[in-house]
Design a protein around this ligand. Sequence first.
Ligand SMILES: Nc1ncnc2c1ncn2[C@@H]1O[C@H](COP(=O)(O)OP(=O)(O)O)[C@@H](O)[C@H]1O
Ligand SMILES: [Mg+2]
Length: 616
Amino acid sequence: MSDIIQLLPDSVANQIAAGEVVQRPASAVKELMENSLDSGATRIQLIIKDAGKTLIQVIDNGKGMSETDARMSFERHATSKIRKAEDLFSIRTMGFRGEALASIAAIAQVEMKTRRNSDEVGVKIEIEGSEVKSQEACNCPEGTSICVKNLFYNIPARRNFLKTDSVELRHIIDEFQRVAIPNPEVSFSLYSNTTEVFNLTAGNLKQRLMSIFGSSYNTRLVPVEENTPIVNIKGFVIKPEFSKKTRGEQFFFLNKRFIRNAYLHHAVQSAFEQLIPSDSFASYFLLLDVDPKSIDINIHPTKTEVKFENEKAVYAFLRSTVKKSLGQFNISPSLDFDQEAHLYNMPLKPVDGIIRAPTIKVDPDFNPFKTDTAPSYKKNYSDSELSNRANWDKMYSRHADNQLEFEIKKDDTQQSVDPQWDEQLHESNKKSTYQLHNRYILSHIKTGFMVIDQQGAHERILYERIIDSLEKHKSATQQELFPKTIELSTADFALVKELEPEIKAMGFDISEFGKNTYVIHGIPADTADYDSAALLEGLIENYKQNLQELRSDKRENLARAMAFNMAVKSGKDLRQEEMNNIIDELFACKMPYSTPSGKPTITTFSLEDLDKRFKK
Ligand SMILES: Nc1ncnc2c1ncn2[C@@H]1O[C@H](COP(=O)(O)OP(=O)(O)O)[C@@H](O)[C@H]1O
Ligand SMILES: [Mg+2]
């Protein structure tokens, strides 16, 4: 038999490599923008059509390429950035693997125009599926412009796998920000379908953050700076009172490269300990600079995971530096937080002449179960809800004088029971439901008892209610006495604009109000006690968080975000009536057994289980 192993043709090898380097339009955006940075550009423009599916164009004013280099740049493992293996240990450029352009050209139609400062004319190359279609001299400005058209045109499976435009655009915006933040001295712009999403002029890091996330960041940022022999740390953390329940903004840049690192995140998070609630996340934008020798950025083609030589030392420096900054800016744990808060919330100077309320406060005593807002047990249920209820009723019977299974029989011989305890036991006997550690609701059922996760159950109830109002386009709005303006980051503003019809269908009454700003005139009726700005901001945050899990159904996503936003949290003390409401409404749900994200809401314990435990 003849030999059967053959070397793959370059075009096939490139396509395979492309699978790793280019997963979606955003990955091509990242590679092209990084090339522009490496070329020394001071101005980089990104133009996107149809979330990058039709066109991704990056134009820079960098050093350009010679005719030969322009042709070479599309070869695999062709790079001007390293020459020998040792160079891998002194990398200061973003690229070095020499595979991005080859990969992109294997799976798209690419047109490159480039000219060096020293050349009279530039060169234009068209390449498609790794095949050069044309190469000619052209008149073009100094620098490089690369158009990537119809990404994945020759891999239909990949193309079909792409998410909706809004999801893909979100990924592009993320990559764009990750390049723009650590390079504030370079100006960047992003156009999406002729809409200007970003126009970032050159400046310092603080100005860059403000132009991306909104001028309100002026008063939220605490500077961090420290130089040590192992790592130089520079950047900002967000004041503790602006930390978010969902992840918010966490950016680490290592030698100007965006990285993810759970270990370092922990370092910052622990510096915030006692300053923020344990379920909130610290937000930060931190640029770490280390000797390239001490890291390995070569573990993954997208280079977001990095191995450190001195991870423990970097952790310790990072933690103490952030702690020090928080302390210096009077945000140390020894201060009475609530009392001091207004001092450092005060904007020093209004950025745009308008002074806005700087803090967003949620009323901790807010009770989402107020009987006048929560639908009562006796609402009109649909047929399916009724049959669901019937099933439940079979298993579940509660009446006021039920004894709880966990009632402790008082030992007659024991005389000195703490009277307080006695009273509590007596009290719980009267109750038909019982709250455990402010997290679970215990209730008697025919066969034993059940335990309900209060937060999960409430999320389910709210989720179904919101989905219902989104489907019917009908929900009551509570008009605000004093409409509130909310300034958003450019990306969040674009998101709210896109979701506006759905947000309105949920009961928000909002309208655009100048650059990156919305006015909230009204909020959903059953959220009347919430701070309107906090409610909308929480919705956006949770929605973004869900997007990261790549769920594409807009309505489902919004309903989940809003339900999570409004749900009574674990740890909240509930009144008897509130617990009863949760149970009644949960049983009226179409899917009472799980939270919108699929976790169980209810678990039951039978008397048999208990008997066994007591060896009866
Ligand atoms: N925008 C650009 N301006 C100047 N040179 C570029 C640009 N983009 C790519 N190049 C050149 O093409 C080469 C190959 O690019 P790429 O495939 O991304 O590999 P890498 O960036 O890893 O070197 C680069 O090393 C660089 O010399
Ligand atoms: Mg590159």
